[in-house]
Write a protein that binds this ligand. Structure first.
Ligand code: XMP
Length: 522
């Protein structure tokens, strides 16, 4: 394991990414993580990330200096370099000329970090401070025309660079990270899907012991992969709860159950609460109200079911209870970006977010979290899913919002409008798949508008609903651009919807990017 201490740089995730690309496992911790926590991971090396602050700022992120003396190699990047210089007795000052963007760096000393690299490096810089005086024991290893670009104290096994090896613009960045992780730290290249699966299964098995776990399934890739992994560890003692909230896509309630049970062998309790949800949604038109109604109702249903499962498993396990095993576990498909979003450099706060959808469970359940995917990125989860033998149909699924079709039905959500949108949405997805575009776009779906317009069909005047088609391209859902779908695909979607879906007589295409729009309409 390589530990990365996060000082708040926007590139920290990328460091982890790059290192895993050559199959070395890395974990990101906030810089405030206690030294004991870092040591407990038994790391082969540590990387100190960049950060937006200056080491002299009153609120500069800080780490336990002990990380510099753990006996494992350390690599400082940008702020990490300044942190090292500052804490080991050198001096950091505001740079005369700030450096942002491309820079050329000259290597001035031989060091294993630059092994195999040319004498002149093409790098990406982003800093306002620079090292002026180096701490005792350090030598200059690289420089730009006016500033320190690399330093090392090989006796203490500390290296640092002012530039960012993790960004693609630093051409030899991968080589540099490999030199550090493989040659200097001696990290093993064993982070493969099989290894991840095996070690996760073993860990979960040890954690849960003879206890029971529950998992809320959405049918999406994250919760499904998490459930399959945990099921490998504890088998039938994992119960998955899948709730029909009345705003799922066409046939989704049945299809997901079939896939989960028959193809993935999961123990699924399917709860059809659509009636209950639709009753609560009656008359609600405000988007935020809709989300709240659905969120609250979900918690209520999930709690009821969890209690039932808990009571029956606990009843059948009195002996376990008396042996102190009365712990219930909750499996969540939390991914690494979720963890990062909810933790700051001033300390992690992820448990608050992780629990947000399970409020109100009985206190005696002593619910503990299992988050087997919390170190992974979405595409890594897909890789694991494939290795677990899960069907492509689940692995390549586009994201679907928790409040489902409710946020795609503008105005009131009724059973009739849900059915209408389900038909239109199915046509959009079908045609996008037929055109081979399903995996190329981030999301593609239909939206039902509260707008009626006049049309003509078979010499008959019509006055019916309007449907918007939305397809966007995106890396992460944070920003997105509307997809330039081929006219032929749009033509087929439009004519099929109007002729096949009763109640819709007009189709429009949404050409708004995010920002300023959002992907969903509500
Ligand atoms: P927006 O509409 O905010 O959506 O651009 C960004 C991404 O998030 C999804 N989304 C949600 N997912 N619960 C979810 O689980 C929600 O309430 C929710 N709202 C939006 C959306 O589908 C897109 O991928």
């Amino acid at each position: 394991t390589i530990v990365i201490l996060d000082f708040g740089s926007q590139y920290t995730q990328l460091i982890a990414r790059r290192i895993r690309e050559f199959n070395v496992f890395s974990v990101v911790l906030p810089c405030t993580a206690p030294l004991e926590q870092v040591k407990a991971l038994n790391p082969k090396g540590a990387i100190l990330s960049g950060g937006p602050c200056s080491v002299y700022d009153a609120d500069a992120p800080n780490a336990d200096e002990g990380v510099l003396a753990m006996g494992v190699p350390v690599l400082g990047i940008c702020y990490g370099l300044q942190f090292i210089v500052h804490h080991l007795g050198g001096k950091v000052v505001g740079a005369a000329a700030r450096e942002y963007g491309h820079a050329e760096v000259t290597v001035v000393a031989e060091t294993p970090l630059f092994k195999g690299l040319p004498g002149s490096l093409d790098v990406w810089m982003s800093h306002g401070d620079e090292a002026e005086t180096l701490p005792v024991g350090f030598q200059l290893t690289a420089k730009t025309s006016n500033a320190v670009a690399g330093i090392a104290d090989e006796a203490r096994r500390i290296w640092a660079v002012q530039f960012h090896p993790e960004v693609a613009h630093t051409r030899q960045g991968m080589e540099l990270l490999k030199n550090f992780c493989l040659d200097i730290c001696g990290a093993e290249q064993n982070w493969t899907p099989e290894h991840f699966i095996q070690s996760t299964v073993e860990r979960v098995r040890a954690q849960v012991g003879t206890g029971h776990a529950i998992c809320g399934l959405s049918g999406g890739v994250d919760s499904s992969v998490a459930a399959v992994l945990v099921a490998r560890a504890i088998g039938d003692r994992l119960t998955c709860i899948f709730v029909n909230n009345g705003v799922l896509r066409k046939d989704e309630f049945l299809k997901v159950q079939t896939t989960m049970r028959e193809q993935l062998g999961l123990n699924v309790v399917a709860v059809d609460s659509s009636q209950r949800f639709l009753e609560k949604l009656a008359g609600v038109t405000d988007p935020e109200r809709k989300r709240k109604v659905i969120g609250n109702e979900f918690i209520a249903v999930f709690d009821d079911e969890a209690k039932k499962i808990w009571e029956s498993s606990a009843a059948g396990a009195e002996t376990e209870k008396s042996a102190g095993h009365e712990v219930a576990w909750l499996v969540q498909g939390t991914l690494y970006p979720d963890v990062i979003e909810s933790s700051s450099v001033h300390g992690p706060s992820h448990t608050i977010k992780s629990h947000h959808n399970v409020g109100g469970l009985p206190a005696d359940m002593k619910l503990k979290l299992i988050e087997p995917l919390r170190d992974l990125f979405k595409d890594e989860v897909r890789r694991i899913g494939r290795d677990l033998g899960m069907p492509e149909e689940i692995i390549e699924r586009q994201p679907f919002p928790g409040p489902g079709l409710a946020v795609r039905i503008l105005g009131e959500v009724t059973a009739e409008r849900v059915a209408m949108l389900q038909e239109a949405d199915q046509i959009v997805v079908d045609e996008i798949k037929k055109a081979g575009l399903y995996r190329k776009v981030w999301q593609s779906f239909a939206v039902l508008l509260p707008v009626k317009s006049v049309g003509v069909m078979g010499d008959q005047r019509t006055y019916a609903n309007t449907c918007a088609v939305r397809a966007v391209e995106s890396e992460d859902g944070m920003t997105a651009d509307w997809a330039p779908l081929p006219y032929e695909v749009l033509r087929t979607i439009s004519s099929r919807i109007v002729s096949e879906v009763r109640g819709i007589n007009r189709v429009v295409y949404d050409i708004t990017s995010k920002p300023p729009g959002t992907i969903e309409w509500e």
